[in-house]
Design a binder for this molecule. Structure first.
Ligand SMILES: Nc1nc2c(c(=O)[nH]1)N[C@H]1C(S)=C(S)[C@@H](COP(=O)(O)OP(=O)(O)OC[C@H]3O[C@@H](n4cnc5c(=O)[nH]c(N)nc54)[C@H](O)[C@@H]3O)O[C@H]1N2
Ligand SMILES: Nc1nc2c(c(=O)[nH]1)N[C@H]1C(S)=C(S)[C@@H](COP(=O)(O)OP(=O)(O)OC[C@H]3O[C@@H](n4cnc5c(=O)[nH]c(N)nc54)[C@H](O)[C@@H]3O)O[C@H]1N2
Ligand code: SF4
Ligand SMILES: [Mo]
Length: 673
């Protein structure tokens, strides 16, 4: 028997797979050859997904802590015992203070709309728990693009095939969005020039026609200089600007004060390269910019995302089919599907990046007394890891973790609840790299005593005596509710059709040109330009205070390994890269200045933490910049911490948006000095 499903990982591609089942056991899982994006090929992360499903370390029963927090000593208990204990703890807290002392923390362990959080949200709304903005990834990019166009619609990434200039702006497509790469190759075969703009020479940059390696976080200065050159060289299409935008005069004034010489000093790119980039971008059309999230992870990441989103508004690149900005397509699904309305009144909500602060703040009223983590591994993925661990170690914090594996977060739980993998539950997959919805059918029964997330919250609601029928809706009903929307993009897309066809493209016409064929959802229906300023983040060499003097190196912490997907796979030996541990990448000049030699181990540190790491000398990073890959687990360093022990938790001033992961200052010394 073959059962069709779709990949749930936090990845733009949302592949479709075929699972072969024999005697109730999944024996083969392969990419579906007809799916327009997958085309029969999954990725090195997921090719052996069944090893994950049947892994000997998979959590199979509920667990109760019997040792100190963090030691991961647990005893198996029954579901009845686990649910009764959680219900008792929650009821006591609700009676004593109010539900707000309970914190729901969840992110993108699964992107399946149903298992990700719909039932969990209903449950936590019912108890009035505190919540987090799910902003760790993509929110700043969304806000920056929306600043220009009201809603952050971009072109269908598939339309890049028609582009003749493709700028991969701070996105590592070849690694992170691999099913888009063939589209880029096809465009190139048709004459497109592929340009990468990134502070690091990534595997994508290696494959580009042109690579512009700029200083981290300086993109806004580059954009301003490009607009300066467009104006200086008479390349501005004033008719387009007048008809389609607001705020050109203010933007022009900002751009005139960013001379190419000044931009060269800030970005490290030569005037000649900036001229070349500008002339290519404006004249070799259709011209498309592709972005995901890289540059958003900065204090002023929203400025960068806004600045880049202004370029196609200034040049009118949106006019040409295949031109404009190709960004996350998530907004298409959020617009079309019938997502539940936010709770009214809103729950107390924090920024996820601040988890360490939230868990250790005893003055807050009410302080957090219980934490429920699902679909996330905050001990690995959130900045300020040492503070998070301090919080998780609190004896008076009751922690529940819903997981498939004993993660670095689950080790600190009081109760661990085992959850199903994607081939064991029903779900609806959206995508952020294309426009196809996909249904995921369960291929096998839950392994061990694991349960789908939704079922866990249904049972918990029943245990706590809540009688709202919405808290007992089954997964099929939840999917039907999401599809029950009047939006034209969903017309004719029913549950039955998805079951029949597995994937269906939203009814967005191929080649649709946002902001040409449709009107921007801004107050005046125009694309918004306006004044724009380059600002250095506080935690940069040019930032405020003496930080730059004490910690002179800029740390980047990107996704770097083909067999890692965020924090998902580092527990499996066969997924680790050959070196078997995270390495610090450092430029030979910085290594020499510190007397480092091949084979040395170094301490990389700042006021937040310290890690001892092996080193790799490389000119993939610029002098002054070092890099440590994200995704490794605590046991991979002597300190028992990952790179987020060092990273910067700063979020934009209004509290909305992602963390400044890549805007972190450190110093590196020989181990033990
Ligand atoms: N193999 C693999 N694939 C993945 C993931 C994974 O963990 N592993 N994770 C998935 C997830 S959750 C996401 S969000 C996507 C992310 O996909 P991408 O956005 O493509 O990836 P990132 O590595 O976050 O960032 C891309 C690039 O931004 C660069 N960058 C950082 N700061 C700046 C800056 O100031 N300016 C410019 N121009 N560039 C900058 C980084 O050096 C990096 O090379 O990948 C997804 N795909
Ligand atoms: N330094 C640094 N930190 C980063 C980043 C970076 O580039 N650098 N990237 C950031 C980004 S872009 C993102 S998106 C976040 C990712 O942050 P998270 O969403 O927390 O990370 P994941 O590793 O994707 O998933 C977390 C957990 O979900 C579990 N899981 C998987 N499938 C399921 C399921 O079906 N049900 C349940 N209940 N659990 C499941 C996995 O076992 C895994 O432990 O990390 C961020 N952190
Ligand atoms: S992780 Fe991404 S590329 Fe790999 S199978 Fe899943 S959706 Fe496809
Ligand atoms: Mo992400």
């Amino acid at each position: 028997m073959i059962v069709r499903g779709s990949c749930h990982h936090d990845c733009p591609d949302t592949c479709v797979w075929d699972v072969t089942v024999s005697d109730g056991r999944a024996v083969k899982l392969r990419g579906n050859a007809e799916h327009p994006t997958t085309k029969g090929v999954l990725c090195p992360k997921v090719n052996h997904f069944l090893d994950r499903v049947y892994h000997p370390e998979r959590l199979l029963t509920p667990l109760r802590r019997v040792g100190p927090k963090g030691e991961a000593r647990f005893e198996p208990i029954s579901w009845d015992e686990a649910l009764a204990e959680i219900s008792l703890q929650f009821s006591t807290l609700i009676q004593a203070a109010d539900g707000e002392s309970i914190l729901q923390f969840s992110f993108d362990g699964t992107q399946g709309v149903i298992q990700k959080g719909i039932m969990a949200d209903r449950f936590f709304n019912a108890i009035g728990a505190s919540d987090i903005h799910r902003h760790l990834c993509g929110a700043t990019a969304w806000l920056g693009a929306s600043d220009v166009s009201g809603q952050p619609f971009g072109i269908d990434p598939e339309d890049l095939i028609n582009a003749r200039t493709i700028i991969l702006w701070g996105t590592n497509t070849y690694l992170t969005n691999r099913h888009l790469w063939p589209v880029i190759e096809l465009a190139r075969a048709d004459g497109a020039v592929v340009i990468v703009i990134d502070p690091v020479r990534t595997s994508t940059a290696e494959r580009a026609d042109e690579f512009l390696q700029l200083q981290p976080g300086t993109d806004t200065a580059l954009v301003l200089a490009m607009i300066h050159i467009l104006d200086r060289d008479g390349l501005v299409d004033r008719d387009w600007i007048q008809a389609n935008t607001s705020g050109w005069d203010e933007l022009l004034e900002s751009a005139r004060s960013m001379s190419p010489d000044r931009a060269e000093q800030i970005t490290g790119l030569s005037v000649e390269r900036i001229n070349w980039l500008t002339h290519t971008y404006v004249s070799r059309r259709p011209a498309a910019i592709r972005m995901l999230v890289g540059p958003e992870h900065r204090q002023h990441g929203r400025d960068i995302m806004r600045a880049v989103a202004m370029l196609p508004a200034v040049t009118g690149a949106w006019r040409d089919s295949g031109g404009g900005l190709a960004r996350s397509t998530q907004v298409y699904f959020e617009t079309a599907l019938n997502y539940p309305a936010p709770p009214d009144p809103p729950r107390r909500t924090f920024n996820m990046a601040r988890l360490g602060e939230i868990l250790t703040d005893r003055e807050m009223t009410p302080a957090i007394a219980a934490l429920v983590v699902h679909n996330s591994n905050p001990a690995v993925v959130v900045p300020e890891q040492n503070l998070i661990i301090e919080g998780l170690e609190r004896e008076d914090l009751f922690t529940v973790v819903i997981e498939q594996f004993m993660t670095d977060t689950a080790r600190y739980a009081d109760i661990v609840l085992p959850t199903t993998t994607q081939i064991e539950h029903l779900d609806l997959g959206i995508a952020w790299g294309h426009l196809n919805l996909a249904i995921n059918q369960p291929a096998i029964e839950p392994v061990g005593d694991s349960l789908p997330n939704t079922e866990i919250f249904r049972r918990l609601a029943a245990e706590m005596g809540f009688d709202d029928p919405a808290l007992q809706a089954d997964d099929e009903t939840l999917i039907r509710e999401l599809l029950d929307s009047d939006h034209e993009w969903l017309e004719g897309i029913t549950y039955e059709r998805l079951v029949r066809e597995t994937w269906v493209r939203l009814n967005v016409d191929p080649g649709t040109r946002p902001y040409v064929d449709t009107t921007p959802e801004t107050d005046d229906g125009r694309l918004q330009l306006g004044a724009l300023e380059f600002r250095a983040g506080d935690e940069t060499p040019d930032g405020a205070g003496d930080l730059g003097a004490r910690f002179p190196l800029v740390l980047m912490t990107r996704k770097q390994h083909v067999k890692f997907l965020n924090a998902n796979y580092a527990q499996f030996g066969e997924h680790l890269p050959r070196e078997g541990e995270p390495l610090l990448q450092i430029h030979p000049e910085d290594a020499e200045a510190r007397g480092l030699r091949t084979g040395d181990r170094v301490d990389v540190f700042n006021d937040r933490g310290r890690l001892t790491l092996g080193i790799e000398f490389t000119d993939e990073v610029l002098p002054g910049v070092v890099a440590v890959p994200f995704g490794w687990h605590h046991r991979h360093t002597p300190q028992g911490r990952g790179v987020n022990a060092l990273t910067n938790p700063a979020v934009p001033a209004d509290g909305q948006g992602s963390a400044a992961y890549h805007e972190t200052l450190v110093e590196v010394v020989l181990d033990g000095r």
